[in-house]
Design a protein around this ligand. Structure first.
Ligand code: URA
Length: 426
């Protein structure tokens, strides 16, 4: 159950001064402000909200708790941030794709926690892939091949690492000001020229509704633009998983299919739309159709795949090593009708129940676990037709998981209205 997200700020309070915010963040990062005092501030922000000025100051104070990535050469630098969702594998495709356009992509990513997966976990399903590069290695790799996907180093926004851990245990994660400062501090510290935000709404996303996703997108965009990062946002559908595969090893396989010019159409479409916004933001293209065409050609020609292979090799990964997938077990529709809704929270729990996700930070995960979606919202299904297949070797875990799957699908008499995959934030 996601706690309510607090969006408004109380207007009848005196805003915190820049010095007060900096004193707390600096002190917390250095250890002179204890957890209990920072928890009190996080809860006050969660309950009262923050003004735009306070959010900007909080973001800047968090950036200044560490170092920023250095520029290397004259290449324009871009990145994408997604608020995360089931089956969201676009980072694996988008980073090498944009590197083929002569852009540098220093993508600092995270791990999965709760129902949504993490890019680092997916990449670690590739034998030997390193996600702990230091700043020198990041710089060399950008210089060599133009893209890197790695975890945050100890020196990049250390205040966020500490504060995020504290928010996790004090129920203060779902606050727009705190989320904005957390996400944008890490992105601005990458020293970017342009950023595209993929802000998702729906049952498989962090934010359940479109208005909340919009509110967060506006806050993120404002802070990015204030920091001179050309920031653009798409509001995207996560009422059902993206693509066919959800998991770690299986999502690497689906990303490779997409990099080969195939893959599910929605994975290709969303990746191209996000990347196209960055070609416009950096003025490499002046209209969307040309940007899309250029990116589609890079997928179809194998150029983006070749860049991905080089990125994996640079980071110590071996794509030829076998990536095991769990045994496939179908779960069947209880009756005929249309698939009207898919509960992403429950599907996330299915993955966790099978060992493919984490309940607590630091837990190990089984990369071979996953889901293969056999139908989508709006599809007509017959009784006893598979809704999805579990990928899992453990029969007991499969049994537990299949009970949850039964509750995750709603089947009705009428075809539900179509929800577009993405829309621009106007
Ligand atoms: N992702 C982040 O990096 N920070 C948040 O606060 C929420 C999601």
């Amino acid at each position: 159950m996601i706690p309510a997200v607090v969006i408004s700020h109380k207007r009848d309070r005196k805003p915190l001064s820049d010095d007060e915010i900096r004193y707390m963040v600096d002190g917390y990062a250095k250890g002179s402000i204890p957890d209990y005092q920072m928890s009190a501030l996080a809860m006050a922000i969660y309950l009262n909200g923050m003004t735009e000025q306070e959010i900007s100051t909080l973001t800047n104070a968090m950036i200044d708790s560490g170092s920023r990535l250095k520029r290397c050469g004259s290449h324009l630098r871009v990145d994408k941030h997604s608020t995360g969702g089931l089956g969201d594998k676009t980072s694996l495709i988008l980073a090498p794709l944009l590197a083929c356009c002569d852009l540098h992509v220093p993508m600092i990513s995270g791990r999965g926690l709760g129902i949504t997966g993490g890019t680092l976990d997916k990449l670690e399903a590739i034998e030997g892939f390193r996600t702990n590069l230091n700043e020198d290695e990041i710089e060399k790799q950008l210089h060599g091949i133009g893209c890197v996907i790695t975890g945050a180093s100890e020196t990049l926004v250390p205040a966020d690492k500490k504060l995020y851990g504290l928010r996790d245990v004090t129920a203060t994660v779902p606050s727009i000001p705190l989320i904005t400062a957390s996400i944008m501090s890490k992105k601005i510290a990458e020293t970017l020229d342009a950023l595209v935000l993929d802000v998702k709404f729906g049952s498989g996303a962090f934010l359940p509704t479109e208005p909340l996703a919009e509110e967060l997108a506006r806050s993120l965009m404002r802070v990015g633009r204030d920091a001179n990062v050309n920031t653009y946002a798409l509001i995207t559908d996560m009422t059902q998983p993206l693509g066919k595969m959800v998991g770690n090893a299986c999502e690497v396989d689906e990303s490779i299919e997409t990099l080969q010019g195939g893959g599910p159409s929605e994975v290709r479409e969303l990746t191209v739309e996000l990347a196209a916004r960055l070609l416009l933001s950096t003025a490499l293209e002046t209209n969307l159709d040309d940007a899309r065409l250029r990116l589609e050609r890079l997928l179809d020609s194998g150029a983006a795949l070749e860049r991905f292979e080089r990125m994996v090799a640079w980071q110590g990964g071996d794509l030829s090593a076998r990536r095991a997938l769990g045994a496939e077990t179908p779960c069947f529709a209880p009756r005929s009708g249309y698939v009207t809704a898919i509960d992403g929270q429950l599907l996330g729990q299915v993955i966790i129940a099978m060992g493919g996700g984490r309940k607590k930070a630091g837990e190990p995960i089984d990369f071979s676990v996953g889901l293969k979606m056999e139908c989508k919202i709006g599809d007509a299904v017959q009784a006893s037709q598979p809704l999805l297949s579990l990928l899992c070797d453990d029969p007991l875990k499969r049994l537990e998981a299949s009970k949850l799957v039964e509750q995750a699908f709603q089947i009705g008499e009428e075809q539900p209205p179509f929800v577009p995959l993405w829309r621009d934030l106007v």
